[in-house]
Design a protein around this ligand. Sequence first.
Ligand code: G6P
Length: 439
Amino acid sequence: MSEGIKIVTIGGGSSYTPELVEGFIKRYDELPVRELWLVDIEAGKEKLETVGAMAKRMVKAAGVDCEVHLTLDRREALKDADFVTTQLRVGLLDARILDERIPLSHGLIGQETNGAGGIFKALRTVPVILDIVEDMKELCPDAWLINFTNPAGMVTEAVLRYGNWDKVVGLCNIPVNAVFEEAELLGENNRDLFFQFAGINHLHWHTITDKNGKDRTDELIKVMYGQDDAKSIVANIKDNNLIWEQVENLHMVPCPYHNYYYYTDKMLAEELEDFKNNGTRAEKVKEIEHELFELYKDPNLDYKPKQLAERGGARYSDAACEIINSIHNDKRTTMTVSTRNNGTITDLPAESAVEVTCTITGKGPVPYNFGSFKPQERGLLQVMKSMEELTIEAAVTGDYGTLLQAFTMNPLITSGDVAKEVMDELLEAHKHYLPAFFK
Ligand code: G6P
C-alpha cells in the first residue's frame, strides 16, 4: 500500500463526519491519511459544504498534511482509494420518519434497524451499496469497504452474498460502547478485560473475562441489571430494565436492542407515548442534527462539539478509524465487527454476516471461534437471521412474497393483515427508492 492513504467517505455530509476526521487526526502518525474525499448527493450538498468546511478547519488546526476534497461525483472520488467508508442514508431523515411513523400509527415498533423500519431501510440501501461495490471493482479494486450504514449487518451480508466482494467490514458502536461503559462498571481498565461477542448486528450477547482468566460475566449482569434503574449504554434506547430472572439465566450479557425482544410490550408502549407527545426518534434526531449543523457553521469551530454524543451512533466513526489503522498496519487489534460467519457460530449459515469479536489483521477480520448457542439465544438468533436473509433477497429481487415472509417472521411485527397493511403502506411511501418493486 502507498505511504499516503486515500480515504473516501460516502455520505460525507453526515453529522458524524467530525468524529471521523478527529479519529484520523488522532492516528495521523501511524495512519497518514493524505486525502480525505467526502462524497454526497445533490440533496445533501448544503450539509456537505458545511461539514466539509469544518473538516478542513479541523485538519488545519491539527497541522496535519491532509487534503479534504468535497464532491458530488462518487466515481471521481473512488479512483485509487485505499479505504471506502459508507455512512449514507437513502432518502435522508425524511425516509426514516416514515419508517418509524407508519408502523407506529398501526401500533407496531418502527425501529430503523430491527423493526419494520429496518426492513425498509435495507430495501432502500442494499441496491445503492451494491452499486458502490460495482464502482469499487472498477476504480479501486484493492480497497476495503468499511460500512456503518444501517442496518449494518444486512448491508454487510448483501455485499458478501450478492456483491461478491470479500473486503468488507460492518461496524456498529454497541460493542464499542459496551467495552468502555462496562469496564467502568466493573471498576476495571478495558484493556485488562476480554469481551467476547457473538450474534448478529443489534442481536448479540457477550461474556467478559479478566486478565487472571476469571469469568466476570455474572458479576457484570448483577451490576447492570440487578437493580431498578439499569442504565442504557446507548443514547437512543432510554430504558434498559430487562426481566431480572431472564437475564440472570442467560449467563451472557445481552445488548440494549434485546429490550425490543425481551420486553416488546414495554418498548412499544414507550415509543407510542413518545410518538404521541414528541414525535418519533427520527424527528428528534432531525432537531439534534439542526442544532449540530448550526454549530458546524461557526467559522471558529475546529473541533468535534460535545453535542454529537446525543446521537445514538457516537463512537462509530472513531472505531472505523481504528479498523482502518489495524488493517493498514496489520496491528491485530481486537474489535467486534460484522464479517462472514464461516463456521464461527455453528447455528448460522456459513455465508451469513455475523457480529463477532475478531482480530483485525492486514488481511481483514479473523474471528474468534464461538461454537453454538444455548436454546435461550439460538431460537431468536436464527429467526432474526432468516428474516435478514429474506429481506436482503427481497431488496435484490423486488419480490413481494419474499418481503411478506420477512415481515411476518420478524418478532416485532404482528403477522397477518397488520403486517401486510403496514408493508403496503411503506412500499407506497418509499416507492421512489424501490425500483425493484415497481418495475
Ligand atoms: C445506536 C445504533 C446505531 C443507530 C443509532 C441511532 O447506537 O448502534 O446503529 O444508528 O444508535 O442513533 P440516532 O441518534 O440516529 O437515533
